[in-house]
Design a protein around this ligand. Structure first.
Ligand code: 13P
Ligand code: SF4
Length: 335
C-alpha cells in the first residue's frame, strides 16, 4: 500500500531516505522511466553508481559533466544519483528546480574533511591568496571559494590564475600535490583526502603489475603520490574512461572507485579491466557513500519527490560565483 507524503516525510526524518516497502515484483526500471516522463525529471548519475542506476540515467558522467548538465537542463526535477555535494552543486546552479537525492546520508569523506568554519579561519592566514576548491566540498565551502575545480579541469583552473598570485587549494591534499607537480605552482594545501582513493595497496598493485606486464596502470589524481608515480596515466573518471577507449592496450589496472568499470567494459567489451586492490581483506573498492543509492531508493524518491535538497538563499547566492567561474574557464578550454 502506498504511504502518504506525510508518512513518507516522517520516515525520511529518521533515516535520511524513504524506508518504505517496495513491491518486489515491481519492474523498477520501467517505473522509474514512467516517473521521469510524467514528472519531467532527469536522472544525473556519477560513474561510481551501481550499473543498474547508470543504465537508467539520462546522463552518466564525472563531476564536471554532471555540473554542466545540471546547469543546462530544462527538466523540472533533477534527480541526483551521486552524493550530497553533487546535488548541492546542482541546486546552486539550478535554484528554481527541485533537486532530489535518494539518500541524504550519501556524503563524502573529502567534503567532511573540510568544515567551512575551520576553513574560514585557515583562509584568514592567507588574505592575499586565491582560494581554489575541489568541487568535492560542501556548499558552504563554496561560499569561501574564489573558483572551484574538478579533476577534469583542475590544471586549467590553476593555470587561469595569474602567476604572481598565491593559491590555497582545498580539500584534497593528493590532488593538490599532483597539481603542484604538474603546474609548478606553489600552493598552500588543506589536508583532506578521499577514503576510497587512499585505501589502495601499493604492494598488491605491484604484484598485479608483475603478473600482468602488458597492462596499463591508470589512476585517479585523488590517489596518494606513491601510487601516482607508478601510473602510466593519471586522470579524472572521464579521462580514465577515454584513455581505455583510445589506448591500444587490452588490459588495464584501474585505481579508482570500481563503478567506472561498468562504462569501461561497455565501451571496450574485448578489453580486460582489473580493479586495483585495496589495503584490506575486502576485494572491492566501492565508495560507501555513492553505494548508498539503490534502485528502490531512486524509485521512492521520484515517487514522493523526497528527500529534497534545500539550501539557504545566501549560500546559493555566495556559492554560485565559484562554480560559474569554473564553468567559464572549462568552456574556454573546450572541456
Ligand atoms: P571525478 O568525477 O571528477 O572524476 O571525481 C571523482 C570523485 O571522487 C567523485 O566523487
Ligand atoms: Fe567522496 Fe571519495 Fe566517495 Fe568520491 S569516492 S564521493 S571523493 S568519498
Amino acid at each position: 500500500m502506498e504511504a502518504s507524503v506525510a508518512t513518507a516525510t516522517r520516515h525520511l526524518n529518521k533515516k535520511g531516505f524513504l524506508d518504505l516497502d517496495v513491491d518486489p515484483t515491481l519492474d523498477l526500471a520501467a517505473e522509474i522511466t514512467r516517473l521521469k516522463r510524467e514528472k519531467n525529471a532527469i536522472i544525473l548519475a556519477h560513474y561510481y553508481q551501481d550499473a543498474d542506476i547508470q543504465d537508467i540515467a539520462d546522463y552518466v558522467g564525472d563531476s564536471l559533466g554532471l555540473s554542466q548538465e545540471a546547469a543546462r537542463t530544462d527538466a523540472d526535477i533533477i534527480v541526483f544519483a551521486g552524493v550530497h555535494f553533487m546535488a548541492e552543486t546542482a541546486k546552486i546552479l539550478s535554484p528554481t528546480k527541485k533537486v532530489l537525492l535518494p539518500d541524504l546520508k550519501a556524503g563524502c569523506s573529502l567534503a567532511d574533511s573540510c568544515p567551512a568554519p575551520l576553513f574560514r579561519k585557515f583562509k584568514e592566514k592567507y588574505p592575499d591568496h586565491v582560494v581554489v576548491s575541489y568541487i568535492n566540498g560542501t556548499a558552504e565551502l563554496k561560499t569561501l571559494t574564489d573558483i572551484c575545480c574538478t579533476s577534469t579541469n583542475a590544471v586549467q583552473i590553476i593555470e587561469s590564475i595569474p602567476a604572481d598570485k598565491g593559491i590555497i587549494f582545498a580539500p584534497d591534499i593528493n590532488l593538490g600535490k599532483y597539481l603542484v607537480k604538474t603546474t609548478g605552482r606553489d600552493m598552500v594545501l588543506w589536508n583532506g583526502s578521499c577514503m576510497v582513493h587512499e585505501i589502495f595497496s601499493h604492494e598488491k598493485i605491484t604484484k598485479l603489475m608483475i603478473r600482468h606486464p602488458q597492462a596499463q596502470f591508470i589512476a585517479h589524481p585523488e590517489c596518494e603520490p606513491h601510487l601516482l608515480e607508478k601510473a602510466d596515466y593519471i586522470g579524472s573518471t572521464s579521462g580514465l574512461l577515454k584513455y581505455t577507449q583510445t589506448h591500444p592496450a587490452t588490459e588495464f589496472i584501474v585505481a579508482t572507485e570500481a563503478g567506472i568499470l561498468h562504462q569501461m567494459r561497455k565501451a571496450s567489451p574485448h578489453k580486460t579491466f582489473i580493479p586495483a586492490p585495496p589495503n584490506n581483506t575486502c576485494a572491492c573498492n566501492d565508495c560507501p557513500h555513492m553505494k548508498l543509492n539503490t534502485m528502490e531508493k531512486l524509485y521512492l524518491c521520484m515517487q514522493y519527490e523526497l528527500p529534497e535538497i534545500t539550501l539557504p538563499e545566501w549560500v546559493i547566492r555566495e556559492g554560485r560565483a565559484s562554480i560559474d567561474r569554473m564553468l567559464e574557464v572549462s568552456a574556454r578550454a573546450g572541456l
